[in-house]
Design a protein around this ligand. Sequence first.
Ligand SMILES: Cc1cc2nc3c(=O)[nH]c(=O)nc-3n(C[C@H](O)[C@H](O)[C@H](O)COP(=O)(O)O)c2cc1C
Ligand code: SF4
Ligand code: SF4
Length: 431
Amino acid sequence: MKDLSVTVGSLTLKNPIVAAGGPLAGTAQHIRDCVDAGFGAVVTKTTSTPWFLKRYPRPYYRLLDYKKDSSDPFYVPDTYTWMHREHNSVYPPLNFARIIEQVSGYAKERHCALIGSYSARGIDEWSEIALAYEKAGCDALEINFCCPFPPEGLVKNPEEAHVGIYFTRNPEAGAEVLRRLRSIVKLPLFVKISPDGGEFGQLAQVFAAAGADGVTMFANNKVVRVDIETGKPVVYGPAPGTGPWIKAFSLRWTAEVTARTNIAVMGNRGATTWQDAIEFLMAGASAVQYCTPIMLRGLGYVRVLLDGIAGYMERRRFDSIADFQGMAVKQLYSNQDLIDKVKALYGEVDHGKCIGCRRCRDVCWYDAIHVARKAVIKKKNCAGCSLCSQVCPVNAIQMHERDNDLEHFQALASAHPELAPEDFFPKEAGQ
Ligand SMILES: Cc1cc2nc3c(=O)[nH]c(=O)nc-3n(C[C@H](O)[C@H](O)[C@H](O)COP(=O)(O)O)c2cc1C
Ligand code: SF4
Ligand code: SF4
């Protein structure tokens, strides 16, 4: 049995797979079901007090580019775009605390951490709900600074709009909330951030300095898709979106924030498979949250994720998550490293394998490939981008390191050598 436990700030979880805040954990029974499914932690549905976050618009989910398979009703494609309209829990925060009270013992007995999510307006409301959630048995709080529905046009008093995403956009106001919460509750505090913010390393530092144990990156932000038959924006206009396509963005900030700060990161948005969890952990995340992948596949998928991670650790002979957590962060290259350590490449065709299909020539934007019966790469023109080798259907192209940087610069400028910087083509002595 592999040890999948992780430390997330001051919280220890039995495994790194966390139910992200949303419909997975909006009722007492659903929270118990998440606990039974094996999650290391469950973030509850966000609660808040503004009327516009509880009532409108009605929940509506829309899958785009979602390829189905009539022979397998449970097939879920590798990629798609998810869009939705759904706001916060209909249950007011202090009432939701009673739901938490009903299930917190159940979760504790099964070693599943319960993380209460909420958003509030005004420091007193933030405090009152935090105390209620702590008393109800939460193991941590996820402070919602991310809800992407600022109520433009709905409220008269601008202060009423100071909820959710307002605090990602105004981190000093968020820090003030955190400082107060840190002084009144003992629970670990995680801040869920919107990707509609600015520089997330700085943001995380501001929140850490104000008392946050960690950040959850990211919630969904609003995106637009258009139905080209009707010209109408899908789901009425900008709406929260997610999907496997956004994973690289979330990973980028997970890696940068963990490289530059000591704050714990729960990776979120775009993680779909167990391999994605490994990627997030290697990129420095301490745990990984999943929402829509579970909504689409059901709670049985949690076991698939956990078995996948355990199997990977078995194969790679890792005894614990700590053996590989942050592995990629340690290997991020600086700009100087890119100059000093990365060698230029060039491609070479294995004529024994080449079938003369010309695919490589199509993707060579440096005019280095000529194909008669077989492909030939002109080394003096090859920029070393490696695209040809990746699209070649029979893997006939190998990339090699150049031992001469000057030749590489000359290849880059080979179309207009007369216009290249002088030191690219140094004159021979006596010329
Ligand atoms: C229908 C729906 C409702 C959501 N409600 C909440 C919520 O109440 N609180 C919250 O913090 N995030 C909420 N989210 C965002 C998810 O927790 C998660 O951050 C987001 O979907 C990205 O993760 P994913 O790619 O695994 O779905 C919701 C997401 C969906 C799809
Ligand atoms: S893509 Fe591969 S097989 Fe096709 S011409 Fe180029 S090297 Fe030959
Ligand atoms: S590596 Fe890039 S530049 Fe060189 S031949 Fe292939 S596609 Fe062209």
